[in-house]
Ligand binder design. Structure first.
Ligand SMILES: Nc1ncnc2c1ncn2[C@@H]1O[C@H](COP(=O)(O)OP(=O)(O)OP(=O)(O)O)[C@@H](O)[C@H]1O
Length: 566
C-alpha cells in the first residue's frame, strides 16, 4: 500500500546522513548519527546546505551538538578581534595577521611585501601620513589646542614666578585656601583665565562654588542673579562663591558698582581678569577692595615649556639640531611626526609671551603640514619656515586697541626726546608693522616738534606738519618712509621745552587763581563801536610801531604785574 499523503508529509531527511525517516524518530536518530559520524558531519553538512540551500548551517567539526541559526552565537568577525587584540594572547602568527588586516583596512594602493609565506600589505608613506593626519585631527577633536592644553594644576602652569613663586603672597594664600578678591591684570594669553580656574579647583575642595561670567556678554541682571544665588548659598549651605569675571574692564561703572557691597561683605570672592590697566578701567572703589596681581608676558623659557608639553601630548617628536628624522618607509603603522627644536624656539620667540598665540600657531603649522603637498612626498617634519608661515607676526606684536598702543607711542616719544634715532625708528616700526594708523603717529610727531624741540629748531614743526599731510595724501605703506624721515629729523634736532614749560606755568597760574579772573585792562581792549570807545575801551593804548624807542606799557592785569612764565 502506498503511503498516504499524510504519512509522506511526516517523513524527514537527516541533515547529517541524508537518511529519510519518520519525523518522530529524527531526534533520537540525530543523537546516534552525530555520535557515530562526527568527522563526516561537516562535509555532509556542507554538501547538504549548499546543495539544498538549507537554512541549517550545521555544526563545525568537534561540536558536541547540532547548531541551528537561532542558537548559534555569532562568532566575532576576525578583523574586529584584531582591532583590539589582547597583548597576552598575541602569537607571532596573530600579530602578522593583525598587520595584514590593519593594512588592508587602511591601504588601498599599498605595497605588497612577500616574505616566504607571509604576504603583508603595507601602507605607502603618503598613506601613512593620511592616517596620521586623521589621528592628529582626532587629537585636536575640534577644540583649539590652547583650550585642550589649559593646565589644571599649578604644576603645569609655567612662568609668572613673580606672583606664584614659592614665597609669594598668592602662593601662600592658595596654600591656606584663603583667596582674597583679586584683579588679574596682564597681556592676552599670559594665563589669567587659567590661573583663575586653578584657584577655583584649589578651593573647590573646600565647599566653594565657582561661577564664571564674561563681561563681554553678561548683563547687569546676570550679575544680580549670581549675587542672589551666592547669598542663598551662604544662607542655606554655608557655601562660598568665587565669581570669575573675564575682561572685567568691559563692564560699565554701574555693573562694576553692583559687585561692590557683596565683595565688601564677603558674599562673593571676585576674581577679575583684564588686559587693560585697572587704574583706568576698574572703579576705584572696587579696586580698593581687590588686590591687583600683575601677570607678565610669558618668558621665552616658559613658552618653550608650554609648547613642549603640547608637542608631547600630540605625539610629535622634537628633532635636535644634529638629529635626522627616521625615514618612515618602515612597516610602522604610525610613522613618527617631527618638529625641529629650532622651530619650537622660534615659535616661543615669535608669540611674544602669548601662550594662546603660540599654541594656535603650533596647531596651524601642524594642520598646514598635514595638508601640504610636499608632506605627502617628503614626510612630516615641521620646520622653522613652516612656523613663520603659520604666524601672522604683525598681529602678535601689537595690540592696536589696547595698552600696547600707548606704550609704544610713549616709547617713541621718549626715544626721540633722548635723541636716540635707532630706538625711535624701532618703536616707529613696531607700531607701523603692527598695523597702527600712520596719522596717529604723525599727529604725535607734530606735537613733539613743538613740545620737545620748539624754538630750538622751529623748522621741526614744519617738517612734522608736512609729514602729517604727506601721510594723509598717500597712506600706508608708502608713507612709512616719510614718517621715518621725520622721526630721524626730530630725534637729531636740538631740543627746547621753553614753550612747553612756559605754557604749563600759564595753565598752573589760571588753575590756582582765587576768586574771579581779573578783567582785561581797558587800554588793551579793542573798540570797534562808539559805545565801546565811550566806555574807555582802547584808551591810552600805545601802538608800538609808532614808537622808535621801547614802549613802556603793561600787558598783564595789574594783579599779575611782573609775573614771569618764561
Ligand atoms: N602660564 C601658563 N602655563 C601654561 N599654559 C598657559 C599659561 N598661560 C596660558 N596658557 C595657555 O594659553 C591658553 C590661553 O591662556 P588664558 O586663557 O589663561 O589667557 P588669558 O591671559 O586669560 O588671555 P585673555 O586675556 O586673552 O583672555 C590656555 O588655554 C593655556 O593653554
Amino acid at each position: 500500500m502506498a503511503p498516504s499523503g499524510g504519512s509522506s508529509d511526516n517523513v524527514v531527511q537527516c541533515p547529517v546522513c541524508a537518511l529519510e525517516m519518520p519525523a518522530a524518530n529524527i531526534n533520537s536518530h540525530l543523537d546516534s548519527c552525530l555520535d557515530t559520524k562526527p568527522s563526516g558531519a561537516t562535509s555532509k553538512k556542507r554538501r547538504l546546505s549548499s546543495h539544498e540551500g538549507s537554512e541549517i548551517h550545521g555544526k563545525t567539526a568537534g561540536s558536541a551538538a547540532p547548531s541551528f541559526p537561532m542558537f548559534q552565537k555569532p562568532k566575532p568577525a576576525e578583523h574586529i578581534q584584531e582591532e583590539a587584540p589582547s597583548k597576552s594572547m598575541a602569537s607571532p602568527k596573530r600579530t602578522a595577521m593583525n598587520h595584514k588586516w590593519k593594512d588592508i583596512h587602511v591601504a588601498s594602493n599599498s605595497e605588497v611585501i612577500k616574505k616566504g609565506q607571509d604576504e603583508r600589505v603595507l601602507p605607502t608613506q603618503s598613506e601613512n601620513i593620511q592616517i596620521n593626519g586623521r589621528k592628529m585631527a582626532e587629537k585636536f577633536d575640534g577644540k583649539p589646542l590652547a583650550d585642550r592644553m589649559r593646565p589644571g594644576t599649578l604644576h603645569d602652569y609655567m612662568g609668572q614666578e613673580k606672583v606664584l613663586g614659592e614665597d609669594t603672597m598668592l602662593r601662600k594664600l592658595l596654600k591656606a585656601n584663603d583667596v582674597p578678591s583679586v584683579i588679574l591684570w596682564g597681556p592676552p594669553g599670559c594665563g589669567k583665565t587659567t590661573l583663575a580656574h586653578i584657584i577655583a579647583k584649589n578651593t573647590n575642595k573646600n565647599n566653594t562654588r565657582f561661577v564664571t561670567l564674561s563681561a563681554t556678554s553678561a548683563s547687569t541682571n546676570d550679575v544680580r542673579e549670581v549675587i542672589k544665588q551666592a547669598q542663598n548659598e551662604i544662607k542655606l549651605f554655608r557655601r562660598k562663591t568665587i565669581l570669575f569675571v573675564d575682561e572685567i574692564h568691559r563692564f560699565n561703572k554701574t555693573q562694576q558698582d553692583t559687585f561692590l557691597p557683596h565683595v565688601e561683605c564677603g558674599t562673593i570672592t571676585l576674581i577679575g581678569a583684564t588686559t587693560e590697566n585697572p587704574s583706568f578701567q576698574v572703579n576705584t572703589a572696587l579696586l580698593s577692595r581687590c588686590r591687583v596681581i600683575v601677570l607678565e608676558k610669558l618668558s621665552v623659557e616658559a613658552m618653550e615649556a608650554i609648547l613642549k608639553r603640547a608637542v608631547d601630548s600630540l605625539g610629535i617628536q622634537v628633532l635636535g639640531e644634529d638629529e635626522q628624522a627616521e625615514c618612515s618607509s618602515s612597516d610602522a603603522s604610525e610613522p613618527p611626526m617631527y618638529i625641529e627644536a629650532k622651530a619650537l624656539t622660534t615659535l616661543a620667540h615669535l608669540c611674544d609671551g602669548d601662550a594662546r598665540t603660540g599654541l594656535n600657531g603650533l596647531q596651524l603649522s601642524v594642520q598646514a603640514r598635514l595638508a601640504g603637498e610636499d608632506t605627502q612626498k617628503h614626510g612630516m617634519i615641521i620646520k622653522e619656515e613652516h612656523i613663520k608661515e603659520g604666524l601672522q607676526r604683525s598681529h602678535i606684536l601689537y595690540d592696536r586697541a589696547g595698552e600696547e598702543h600707548y606704550n609704544c607711542i610713549s616709547a617713541l616719544h621718549k626715544s626721540m626726546r633722548g635723541s636716540d634715532q635707532n630706538a625711535s625708528l624701532y618703536w616707529l616700526g613696531r607700531m607701523l608693522e603692527g598695523g597702527e594708523n600712520p596719522l596717529y603717529v604723525a599727529r604725535r610727531l607734530v606735537r613733539f616738534a613743538s613740545e620737545d624741540i620748539g624754538l630750538a629748531d622751529p623748522l621741526a614743526l614744519t617738517q612734522a606738519v608736512s609729514a602729517y599731510q604727506a601721510c594723509h595724501f598717500i597712506g600706508m605703506p608708502e608713507c612709512e618712509v616719510i614718517l621715518a624721515q621725520c622721526v630721524m629729523y626730530l630725534a637729531q634736532a636740538p631740543k627746547s621745552i621753553a614753550a612747553y614749560s612756559a605754557y604749563n606755568k600759564v595753565k598752573e597760574c589760571l588753575k590756582n587763581h582765587k576768586g574771579p579772573l581779573p578783567p582785561v585792562p581797558l587800554h588793551l581792549r579793542n573798540a570797534p563801536t562808539k559805545l565801546m570807545k565811550n566806555l574807555g575801551y582802547g584808551k591810552g593804548y600805545k601802538y608800538n610801531p609808532m614808537f622808535s624807542e621801547p614802549v613802556n606799557q603793561d600787558y598783564l592785569p595789574p594783579e599779575l604785574k611782573g609775573t614771569k612764565f618764561v
